[in-house]
Each structure stands twice: as structure tokens, then as C-alpha cells.
Design a protein. Structure first.
Length: 298
């Protein structure tokens, strides 16, 4: 079982209540955009488990949507299926959104996903929720860069002339909760953005919330298998799920074939070479320079 290091919930009930209040405050706006209310991005990870529970506690209307990426850990997929069965029995609308293209087809068409070229996120995870008020489990504790990023989130307390909503938090540091995505006509609310990891786990245990068993095996993130953002954690993932390593290598091979058929240059000889570079086992300047521009005319 995940160990709890710090105990804040007993002495800071306001933390939970603040998140519930954030959900309640914007519910009218969510219902204006859709009769289903909030579009809750549900990955099956610990943060989305907390978000789902908070939505239930707040009594707001919402729909849980899982974007199936085709590279999710199998244990996570099974967990989502179990949880969706439970939620549906409670009368909660649950939707599994299948991608138009699998990760393997995206690699053939667009190249190698890297920290800088994260087309996989935009195609597999972030395309949903158009014209909806989306709720996510994004938290500052997951990344210092998220907290330092200015302009990504906006806050005030009133409804603006362009239809946006602003929310004022109750502490000294401006906690930016809601933003508008004009390109997809959707608004995004992050009600637990200021929660720490320890607070997430204590809430889960206090509420008796089921979570994916991979956490008990020591996994701290349950994103796509092989995600470049996972750093060295990918090596453990490919040991745990070798079938996915083989699938990536096959996709890299088909990508190279497609490139060569079009008469385009490539900085690698084999699919295994691509994989080694991608895993940062081979960092030759030539390959890195080639990766930056080789897909511009793909």
C-alpha cells in the first residue's frame, strides 16, 4: 500500500472543500455548454480518481471520458473498465473515446515522438472536449514548469465579456484554476491544481477509493508506455511490457520504409537504431540534428 508521509486532510478540510467549491462554481457554465455538464478527462490514474470522487461529492453533473491511447498499460486499461462498470452502476455517464489513429500509425505518419514533438499527446489525449467545459487532474506538484508558466491559466472571479469565467482563490499566491482554449472552444478547470502528492494519497485512502495496482508495484506515473517525458522510467516500462518495445520498433521500421519510399533522407539505418536514439542510448550530433528537421516535409 502507498505510504502516507504527511497528514493534512484532518487539519485542513478546507482544501477538499475549496476543490468542491470550484466545481460547484463553474457548473452552470458547464451546463450551458452541454446538458451532460462537465467533461471529466479520466485517465484512471490517481489524480483522475480523486477528481471523479470530488465530482460525486460536489453533486455536479458530469461525464467521465477516457481517451484510449493504444499505449496504455494493460493493468490501467483493466482498472478503467472496472471503475467504469462501477460508475455506470451509480448512474454516471462514462465514455471511452477511441483514437482515429493508433500510436503505431501516428509514428508512421508523423515520425518519432519526443519531448519537443509531442504530437501523440495532441492526437491521442487532448483532442476531446471540444465545445465542453473540461475538468482535469493537472497539478503543479507534477511539474515545476507548470507552476512557472505564465498566461496558461487565468483567474478573476467574474464572467468576462467574451464569456470566460474567472475564479479568485483565497490565499496570497494566485492559484490559477481555469483557462479557455479558443482553438477548441472549450474551457478547462483544474480543481486540484494546488494539491500535493501526499494529499492525493491520503484522500484516496480516507475515502476508500480503488486505484490501479501498478502504484503498489512502485510506478509513480501511469502514462503512455514509452512516453519520452518519463525519462529513464521507460527502461523499466519496456522490461515490464516487452511487447510494446517490439511494437515501437516495428513502427519505427515502417516509418523508415515510408520515408525512403518518398526519397527522403533519414539519419538511421535500422529501426533498432531509431529505438536506441529514442531511448537516448545514442546521442550523436548528426542524429540529433537530423531529428530536428527530418520530419518537416514528411
Amino acid at each position: 500500500m502507498i505510504q502516507i508521509i504527511r497528514h493534512r486532510l484532518d487539519g485542513d478540510i478546507d482544501m477538499v472543500q475549496r476543490s468542491i467549491d470550484r466545481l460547484k462554481f463553474f457548473e452552470a457554465a458547464a451546463l450551458e455548454m452541454s446538458p451532460d455538464g462537465y467533461y471529466v478527462a479520466y485517465s484512471g490514474g490517481k489524480d483522475s480518481q480523486v477528481i471523479a470522487e470530488l465530482c460525486i461529492m460536489s453533486g455536479v453533473k458530469f461525464e467521465l471520458v477516457n481517451n484510449h491511447t493504444t499505449v496504455d498499460p494493460p493493468e490501467l486499461v483493466y482498472h478503467v473498465r472496472r471503475e467504469f462498470k462501477r460508475y455506470r452502476a451509480m448512474g454516471i455517464k462514462c465514455t471511452v473515446s477511441m483514437p482515429k489513429k493508433t500510436m503505431w500509425k501516428l509514428i508512421q505518419d508523423k515520425g518519432v515522438p519526443t519531448r519537443l514533438t509531442r504530437f501523440c499527446c495532441s492526437d491521442l489525449k487532448e483532442s476531446g472536449g471540444r465545445n465542453r467545459f473540461t475538468v482535469t487532474g493537472v497539478r503543479w506538484a507534477e511539474s515545476a514548469a507548470r507552476k512557472s508558466r505564465s498566461g496558461m491559466f487565468q483567474i478573476p472571479f467574474l464572467r468576462t465579456d467574451d464569456g470566460g469565467y474567472i475564479f479568485t482563490n483565497d490565499n496570497d499566491e494566485a492559484q490559477l484554476m481555469m483557462r479557455t482554449c479558443p482553438t477548441q472552444s472549450k474551457k478547462v478547470l483544474n480543481p486540484i491544481i494546488d494539491w500535493e502528492d501526499e494529499e492525493i494519497w491520503e484522500f484516496i485512502h480516507k475515502r476508500g477509493i480503488e486505484y490501479c495496482p501498478l502504484y503498489d508495484e512502485g510506478f509513480t506515473r501511469l502514462g503512455c508506455i514509452g512516453c519520452p517525458m518519463a525519462g529513464d522510467g521507460r527502461k523499466r516500462e519496456f522490461v515490464r511490457w516487452p511487447t510494446y518495445k517490439r511494437a515501437y520498433i516495428r513502427a519505427f521500421g515502417k516509418m523508415l520504409e515510408k520515408r525512403k519510399q518518398k526519397g527522403r533522407s533519414v539519419p538511421w539505418e535500422t529501426a533498432e537504431d531509431v529505438f536506441a536514439w529514442w531511448m537516448e542510448e545514442n546521442k550523436s550530433p548528426k542524429q540529433i540534428d537530423g531529428q530536428e528537421n527530418m520530419f518537416d516535409d514528411f
